[in-house]
Structure formats: C-alpha cells, structure tokens
Write a protein that binds this ligand. Structure first.
Ligand code: NAD
Length: 441
C-alpha cells in the first residue's frame, strides 16, 4: 500500500509513538550489539521484539540466559518481565514501528559481506508500513544505507524512502567490559537520509541514551565508525612497531609510554600487545580500504601498514618466547606452555579474531604443548579449538614450563603469577612492577 502522506506526516507519526513509548520496536540480530539495544529499549518502556535467526540463541534468551557480558542476568530477567520478547519467528516482526538492524558484517575473501544486512532488509520489507522507521547499526562502508539497504526495503515493500518510511544509520560504540562507559552514557551518533528521518532516529535514541550526536547524512555516520576503529587499529600498530624497535635499540618502551602519557594534550595512550582482534579490528578498517579501492582505485596505505604490523605481532611474540625459553635451557618443542587469555581484550569472553589463537597455533606448530586458561570464556564457545581450556588456577600455572600473558584480565594478579609460574612472558606489561622470572614484551 502506498501512503499518500509526505515524509513530514510520517515523522510526526513516529515522534508521537516515540513520545508515548507505544512504538513497537524490533531489533534484528540479538548478538553483542543487538541484545543491549533491545534490553535498553525495553527498559525505556517500549514493547520490543529481539529477533534472531539463531534458534538456539533465542531459546537461551527466552530462558533468561544472557550470552553477552554487558547484559546481566538481572537486566535480561527484568526485560523479559517487561516489554522484551526474544523470537526466531519472522512473523513476530509484523507491525513494527521502529526496526534496528544489528546483524554481522564480516569479510568474505577480503571483501565486505553484506548478505546478513540484505537478508534483514528483505525480511523487514515484508512488514514495512507507512510511517515506520528503519535504522541500520551494523558497521559498514559509507553509502550502505542509501545504496544497499534503501533499495532492498523499497523493492520488497513497494514503499518509498523519505516519503513513506524513514531511514537512518547509527553506529554502535559498545565497548565490552568498559567499567566507565556503558550503552546509556556513551554519546551516540545518529543520522537520517533526510531531516524527517534524522528527527525520528534522534528522538528514538534520545529515549535510550544520555547524549545523541546528530549528522544529516548517513554516509558521514557510517564513516564515523570506520574512522574511530581505523584510528585505533593504526595507533595500536604504531605502538607495536615502536615496541619492537625500542627493544632492539635497548630502550624500555613501557616507561617511555608512561612518561608520554603525562602530556595533558596531544597524546593518547596505546600499549603494545600480541596483535589485534575482536569483531571490529582488523575488519572495520578493511571495509574502509575496500571501499576506497573500489570507488577510487586507491590504496589506503595506513590500513595496509597497520595490518602488516599487527599481523606480524603473533610471530614476534613466538620468536621472543623461543629466545626466552632457549635462555632458560628449554626448547619450544616439547615445552608445556599455558596461555593466559583467549579473549581479544580485557574483561570479556569474546575471542572472535583474537590474536591469542594464532599465537597458540604458531607455538603448537613449533612442537609446544599448548593450553589456554581464561576466566571469561565459556568453555562451550571454544569447543572447536584444538587447544584445551583449563580452569584458571595457580596449580595450572605450576604445571607449565612457561606462562604467557596474552590478555590483561583483572584476575591475572601479578603477585599470584610471580608466585606460581616458573617462567613468564608478559605481552601486556602487567608484571612490570613485580619481581618475577621472565620478561615483558
Ligand atoms: N561486538 C562489538 O563490540 C561491536 C561494536 C560495534 C559494532 N559492531 C557491529 O555490529 C554488528 C553486529 O555485531 P555483533 O558483535 O553484535 O555480532 P553477533 O554475531 O554477536 O550478533 C549478530 C547476530 O545477528 C544474527 N543474525 C544474522 N543474520 C541475521 C538475520 N538475517 N536476521 C536476524 N538475525 C541475524 C546472528 O545469529 C547473531 O546472533 C556488526 O556489524 C559489528 O561490526 C560490533
């Protein structure tokens, strides 16, 4: 059915439903990003359907089990008792007023794979009504909302963007395990394909977060996310490269970083480590580099250089481990090595793209007997790995020839490590203030 109303009337309609909290909200994808959005929307008073094609995940959520560290059991229980419902049934999406898309955007053979966004758009198009608002949150290259999602929605519904339905993009800034900023207190960039869309998208997020940052152009908002993550990727690579050279120059990079960090302006602290991981790095910068190559035929040199340095880090870590073991009269082949931390970062159990995995693989290839310990990783999620995940304990460390710190989880207390481990290689600098046997990256 085509609406006769212009976009402004649609936007008045959406604003009224938002103000009254009577808008039916659908969040497509109930992962690390989608679940917090859905739970927060329920908390704000909306009726929310959290839709996901993964039936096992939905069954877990329906039983009150959260797979996302930042959404506690109590918050999920409160949401389930309130307006939130988890569903794997596309029909439950019907009659939505606001849809938020939070599906994966991985790389396939080095190129963006937007098939999940297309599927989500196709499904939403079947249920799209005049006056509805669709918001993309998945990370993607500039142009996706208008060039890919909008046509899918229009084609499937027969409705017209900006006339019949409103459309926007809002990048996610969730930082798993961050004790200072959560979904609500992190400013949220919001955008729309036109003024009416922006007003509706902004009004919606104003009911979920403390601060919204409006942009009148979805491509700019898409670039924001890639800029933020490319910035992180490049700076991590920079400090990793400096760390490798500093060591060869005989300079303590960690003390230099600490001192640089006393500068109150113009410097931001990044520390070396075994590489980058998580869903965002190094994938997001590659989305940007891919789009630059495709549209402009140019190479993003910073992304290439950062990729090269960060990919090198697991090899560098293993070389340093070999040298350390050799100095202590042991070879990597046959050594029992316990890796502390499978997750890609502190205080999270998410180990997607974690650099801990290539470190383990390289050590195993060199003949070491490798085990992991990580108090945050749910063992079932790592069952497909060819490495044993043992319980975090001093005894596990005592049984190893070498303990390697790959993640700075708060549980990995330096005094406990120094006491229990025979030899330590610390890639995160957590042992620096402690007397121990071993060395820091
Ligand atoms: N995890 C983060 O910290 C983070 C931060 C910022 C942005 N992002 C971005 O957010 C997006 C989602 O990431 P995530 O970490 O939540 O991923 P995720 O894998 O945890 O969750 C995505 C969910 O979408 C579901 N899904 C896939 N196709 C679907 C479909 N057609 N319909 C319904 N559900 C579908 C999957 O089953 C999965 O449960 C990605 O674009 C990612 O780059 C992630």
């Amino acid at each position: 059915v085509k609406a006769a109303q212009p976009g402004a009337a649609q936007h008045d309609h959406a604003l009224r439903l938002i103000a009254e909290r009577t808008a039916k909200v659908v969040v497509v994808g109930q992962g690390y990003v989608g679940l917090p959005v859905a739970v927060r929307a329920a908390e704000a008073g909306y009726g929310v359907v959290g839709f996901d094609t993964d039936e096992a995940k939905i069954a877990m959520l329906q039983q009150g089990t959260s797979h996302v560290g930042d959404v506690g059991v109590a918050a999920l229980a409160a949401a389930l008792a309130g307006g939130y419902r988890a569903s794997a049934e596309p029909a439950d999406v019907h009659d939505f007023d606001i849809a938020v898309i939070t599906v994966p955007t991985p790389l396939r053979d080095g190129a963006p794979d937007l098939s999940h966004v297309e599927h989500a758009g196709t499904m939403l198009a079947d249920h799209l009504r005049p006056g509805a608002v669709v918001i993309l949150e998945s990370t993607t290259y500039p142009g996706t909302t208008t060039e890919l999602l909008a046509p899918v929605l229009e084609h499937g519904s027969g409705l017209i963007r900006g006339v019949d339905f409103l459309l926007g993009y809002s990048p996610e800034r969730i930082d798993p395990g961050n004790p200072k900023f959560d979904f609500r207190t992190t400013p949220k960039v919001v955008s729309g394909i036109d003024e009416a869309s922006l007003a509706a998208v902004r009004a919606f997020y104003d009911t979920l977060v403390d601060t919204t940052v409006p942009l009148g152009n979805t491509a700019e908002a898409e670039l924001v996310k890639l800029l933020e993550n490319t910035f992180r990727h490049v700076n991590i690579a920079l400090v990793n490269e400096i760390a490798m050279f500093a060591r060869d120059l005989g300079v303590d990079v960690w003390r230099a970083i600490d001192a640089a960090d006393t500068k109150p302006f113009g410097f931001m602290r990044f520390t070396p480590g075994p590489g980058v991981g998580g869903h965002c790095l190094p994938i997001d910068p590659s989305y940007l580099a891919w789009e630059v190559q495709r549209r402009l035929g140019r190479t993003m040199r910073f992304v290439e250089a950062a990729n090269a340095v960060n990919h090198e880090m697991p090899h560098y870590v293993v070389d340093r481990i070999s040298a350390l073991l050799a100095r202590h009269g042991t070879a990597v082949a046959g050594a029992r090595i316990l890796l502390l931390g499978l997750a890609y970062k502190r205080a999270t159990g998410d180990w997607r793209e974690s650099p801990s995995v290539p470190v383990a693989e390289l050590l195993a290839t060199a003949g070491a007997s490798v085990q992991f310990t990580d108090p945050y990783v749910v063992p079932a999620t790592a069952a497909q790995l060819p490495f044993r995940l043992v319980e975090w304990s001093p005894d596990a460390m005592r049984a190893a020839d070498l303990v390697v710190v790959l993640v700075d989880h708060p549980e990995f207390e330096p005094a406990i490590l120094a006491d229990a481990a025979r030899l330590i290689f610390d890639t995160k600098g957590i042992m620096r203030a402690t007397t121990f046997c071993g060395e820091v990256l």
